[in-house]
Design a protein around this ligand. Structure first.
Ligand code: PEP
Ligand code: MN
Length: 337
């Protein structure tokens, strides 16, 4: 349920209303925008007397929200949420590129790739230390040592780091990470979502391989219901019947998600396509569709990559993507800051 407050209402009266609603055992999401103030009520609203609220002087209107996601709903928070990752902004008119290898493989590799992607204009560094692999015999990541190397790369380049947390048991190792990724395979690991919800660090929430947009937003809701509002969604392709690409990039998810939620959404064209030559066209298509950023896999020598070499860009290909993305950004009124 949302309560739209009349413009120029007395703030004390608004606070009294909030306290009264909280007294009914509900949570209140208070969204004070430039034009309107909206109170979003979360919980069992069946006991709320709508007519009583409508009769208050300060209330413009009251509406029930049909969607099961409340905190993530744009009706609760009409303005775009801006998520700050160590000084780099996601959402609104900001555009960000996160780049780096699929996995951290060695100190030399992560530092070389970090320097290259930074030189081309990426603001954040990615790299998996804990890797969710389909085969138990495949490289599983450097784990804690990989996190140490990522932090070294951050020290060398000044780039904030984004890396995947797979298991609640490892959460303490991630305290100093700038953005925690929840991977596609864990999008519905509800216990993990609740744990990262207790943190305040930004969360990159990837869409599950076969999950609907509503399920994805419900996963964001799990995180937000624990208090962490710093979520960036990442469309990374979904399973379809088409085997020509690793996944099918759901480009229309971008404008739909933007209608449904105030959270920023970025695109990972690398996992979405699985083919390095497709990363440029899919990046440009994502910019055109209104994405707030990109996450791209880059490797100094993709032929030797321990994971996802076929979709990884060489630094010179990444440079080309960056220059072309930059040329498109004015069309969608976005800026890399
Ligand atoms: C990744 O980003 O390294 C990754 C494993 O992606 P996804 O969870 O989207 O498959
Ligand atoms: Mn990968």
């Amino acid at each position: 349920m949302i309560i739209i407050i009349r413009n120029n209402s007395d703030r004390t009266q608004v606070d009294n209303l909030i306290n009264w609603v909280k007294g009914l055992g509900l949570d209140v999401h208070d969204s004070v925008g430039a034009k309107t103030t909206i109170l979003g009520l979360v919980g069992d609203t069946s006991k709320v007397d709508i007519d009583l609220i409508k009769s208050l002087d300060i209330v413009e209107s009251v509406k029930r929200i049909q969607e099961p996601y409340k905190n993530a709903n744009r009706k609760f928070h009409p303005e775009d949420t801006i998520v700050n990752v160590a000084g780099h902004l996601f959402g609104g008119d900001n555009f960000q590129v996160i780049a780096g290898p699929c996995s951290v493989e060695s100190e030399a590799q992560i530092i070389e790739v970090a320097k290259a992607v930074k030189a081309s204009g990426a603001n954040l560094l990615r790299g998996g230390a804990f890797k969710p692999r389909t085969s138990p015999y495949a490289f599983q990541g450097m784990k804690a040592e990989g996190l140490v190397l990522l932090k070294k790369a951050r020290e060398e380049t000044g780039m904030p780091i984004c890396t995947e947390l797979m298991n609640i048991m490892d959460i303490d190792l991630f305290q100093d990470v700038d953005m925690i990724q929840i991977g596609a395979r864990n999008m519905q690991n509800f216990d993990l979502l609740k744990e990262v919800g207790k943190l305040r660090v930004p969360i990159l929430l990837k869409r599950g391989l076969a999950n609907t947009i509503q399920e994805w937003l419900m996963s964001a809701e799990y995180i937000m219901s624990e208090g962490n509002q710093n979520i960036i969604l990442c469309e990374r392709g979904i399973r379809t019947f088409e085997p020509a690409t690793r996944n099918t990039l759901d480009l229309s998810a971008i404008p739909i998600v933007k209608q449904l939620t105030h959270l920023p959404i970025i695109v990972d064209p690398s996992h979405a396509s699985g083919i390095s030559e497709l990363v440029l066209p899919m990046s440009l298509a994502s910019v055109g569709a209104g994405a707030d950023g990109l996450m791209i896999e880059v490797h100094n020598d993709p032929t030797k990559a321990l994971c996802d070499g076929a979709q990884s860009l060489r630094p010179n290909m990444f440079e080309d993507v960056m220059r072309k993305v930059e040329r498109m950004l004015p069309l969608v009124n976005k800026v890399i800051r």
